[in-house]
Design a protein around this ligand. Structure first.
Ligand code: PLP
Length: 389
């Protein structure tokens, strides 16, 4: 027998349900050709042409082949600062309040290491994007789950966090517009979280990965635009969803300079920044024409309306998403199944892949997440199949 042993931290990580889903999917594909995958959180749009063109140009510049600046290229940080001011009326100092990331996940995952001491509490929403929980565990922190409920519009109730935990909570993750529930947060909710953070010395990390994907003329609120936010927190952004650039690995975090300095220090031990050509392509995304984003949003809202209409016809229970490309749908009672079993059932019976809610935490049990990263004709096909489920 091997004497190799992996770390306790790795053993403590929750089972990766998404690996099981991958397996289910590949088993299905082995014997079927009709899979429709509504599980993926990856836009099916191409990165817009001007961004790709800029990347090609930048590839030819030998200066870009060298190590980048570890904070991110100055030009990109300046472009982010202007973009934030225009979009959210928030002032950011490009030198101390902006840090470029290798995709937002990288920064989110390194943040607990910069904030938590061994045994500190970190507050994590349930359900949530799984990277928050695993990064807390890897940093030696203790997660405390803040339940998100439909009745509270999926925002955690600060008063429900026991004082003994609150006073030791060094970090709180928030994520609006929210994956998987697709809700947005309002100013009063953020203000409550800020008061909590001020009182307890907690750093708030608000994940704004879906900042630009809102419909019906709605505009998600930047956490940093709320009074006092910059004193206690930071906001994470991603190029992945806004510009359909998931594979490029580009994101950034902005806000409290002390938090960013600590995160930059952690990062300086781990990575050497983002390929400069990718950063210049990112500037093109932020400063170039917005028509591709507008077209993408329009297409998402067409798909959303189509799926919403169909699911309503079937009598399935969900709130119409105002943002993100996710539907958070209750497992219909008549099937009497938990979320994993229902996802398996949908795959076995109808070749439809969805994400079981339990993959986002125990409060996700009883739900499935449906992503609309497929063209309308495939969504129509899904609805046709569901009619005979
Ligand atoms: C809520 C949320 N945050 C962050 C990310 C990671 O995005 P990135 O590609 O910038 O690492 C995702 C990806 O699905 C997400 O859903």
């Amino acid at each position: 027998m091997s004497r190799l042993q992996v770390s306790q931290r790795v053993l403590d990580l929750p089972p990766y349900i998404f690996a099981k889903l991958e397996q289910m999917k590949s088993d299905y594909i082995m014997s079927h050709s009709d899979l429709i995958d509504l599980g993926v959180g990856d836009p099916d749009f191409q990165t817009q042409e001007n961004i790709v063109r800029m990347m090609k140009e930048q590839l030819d510049n030998p200066d870009n082949h060298r190590y980048p600046s570890f904070k991110g290229e100055k030009e990109l940080r300046e472009a982010i600062s202007r973009w934030y001011k225009t979009n959210y009326e928030v002032e950011l100092d490009p030198e101390t309040e902006i840090l470029v990331l290798i995709g937002s996940k990288e920064g989110l995952a390194h943040l607990p290491m910069a904030i938590l001491n061994e045994g500190d509490y970190a507050l994590v929403p349930d359900p949530a994007y799984p990277a928050y929980l695993s990064s807390i565990i890897l940093a030696g922190g203790i997660p405390y789950f803040m339940p998100l409920t439909r009745g509270e519009k999926y925002f955690p109730i600060m008063e429900d966090i026991p004082q003994g935990i609150a006073s030791k909570a060094k970090l709180m993750f928030l994520n609006y517009p929210n994956n998987p529930t697709s809700v947005m947060a309002d100013e009063a909710s953020y203000a409550k979280a800020i008061r909590f953070a001020e009182k307890n010395g907690t750093v708030i990390a608000q994940d704004f990965a879906y900042s630009e994907l809102a419909f019906d003329g709605l505009k998600p609120l930047s956490f940093l635009s709320v009074k006092g936010a910059k004193n206690v927190g930071v906001e994470f952004h991603s190029f992945s969803k806004t510009f359909a650039m998931t594979g490029w690995r580009l994101g950034f975090v902005v806000g409290n300079s002390e938090v960013l300095a600590a995160l930059a220090k952690v990062k300086s031990c781990m990575d050497s920044g983002v390929f400069k050509a990718v950063q210049y392509a990112g500037i093109e995304g932020l400063t170039g024409p917005a028509d591709a984003l507008e077209a993408m949003k329009k297409e998402y809202s067409v798909r959303r309306d189509l799926l919403a209409k169909g699911l309503n016809r079937l009598g399935w229970d969900f709130d119409n998403p105002g943002a993100t490309f996710y539907f958070w749908v209750k497992v219909p009672e008549k099937y009497n199944m938990d979320s994993i079993r229902f996802a398996e059932y949908l795959l076995e019976k109808k070749g439809i892949m969805v994400t079981p809610g339990i993959g986002f935490g125990s409060m996700g049990e009883g739900y499935i997440r449906i992503a609309i990263n497929l063209p309308s004709h495939q969504i129509e096909e899904v609805l046709k199949r569901l009619e005979t489920l």
